[in-house]
Design a protein around this ligand. Sequence first.
Ligand code: GLU
Length: 418
Amino acid sequence: MSDEANPFESLGKQIEEASAYLDLGDDVLTRLKHPERVLETNLSVAMDDGSIELFRAYRSQFNGDRGPYKGGIRYHPGVTRDEVKALSGWMVYKCAIVDIPYGGGKGGIVIDPSEYSESELERVTRAFATELRPIIGEDRDIPAPDVNTGQREMNWIKDTYETLENTTAPGVITGKAIDSGGSAGRVEATGRSVMLAAREVFEYLEEDISEATVAVQGYGNAGSVAAKLIDDLGADVVAVSDSSGAVYNPDGFDARAVKSFKTETGSVTGYEKATEELTNDELLTLDVDLLVPAALENAIDGELAEDVRADVIVEAANGPLTPEADDVLTDAGVHVVPDILANAGGVTVSYFEWVQNRQRFAWTEERVNEELERVIVDAFDALTTSYEKTDAPNLRTAAYVVAIERVANAYEQGGTWP
Ligand code: GLU
């Protein structure tokens, strides 16, 4: 992984690139590239041995023109202020391309959660929720899971918020466990939209996905669910990886069996049906029909992109390609379905969870999946229409053209006051 590209600069370049196809004033463009505000806080938390440790944490509220700020909270030692700002911006354009009534936000704590006990993580989470309390709310800013956070952390945040506010407000956070007000289908939603985006792009390119070979980089919630559902379309998942390395079998894996192996052993490496073990970079440059980067930002930089042999990339992670990689892949004719559409299933079902919470009425999983499919297919159609109409160089720019236009319209219609 390249650590050279600053994700916030990458976001700025993506917006600049799309602005060439839009009629925007410089003032609006500048607004669209910068967060409205960023909370930076240092959490003092008691450890199990009685010592106090300090954790740096952020919440960036990028843009609220289309609705409450929305986006996950990640726990990772590599979290930085610029990374959180970029991720919050990507949320704005993600919510806009799938046309759900939210702005964008993102949070992060600089922590390696594997080094702390459950009770320490609970105290860290509750300390952050306490700091967040004045700036979040069902109609203000609605956090959700992201890298290394899930239902457990969301339930703690909901409980902290409700206790401090002396109310019930399940819609203050999404990605909760079902018994705490979560939605059916939320856990699988990100992987499901990756599958839908892959299905749609293959159809658009008049290729048969059931004949495709697939490599998946990252086998967490997004990657493993995407692999399973793409496997169900008849494609062959020939390589998967996690942070310890990659496994390969040209005849394809049973994606569910690899997931069970990882759950048991902690990693995909060592999986007995692999014919070869590879590095992550070797996986990313395999000669496959479809590549799904599902780990972190900057997985493919300009240099590695020169060696990419996949025909189609569907981004399950946020920001896995640097702008230089985008240029190389565009020149090479590789079709990239951008993160803001491909992984938008997570936030879309978060939206459904919030709607259900507000209505105090739960949908079936079937309804959730049907509505999700409609949202992703409609967004894909809007994207390809923009691609053909604007002559944008690639699908990412075409997606930003649609998304930026929607955000700018909401901003301009609101007018400036005072
Ligand atoms: N963290 C996810 C994302 O990057 C989901 C955000 C949400 O559900 O609000 O899209």
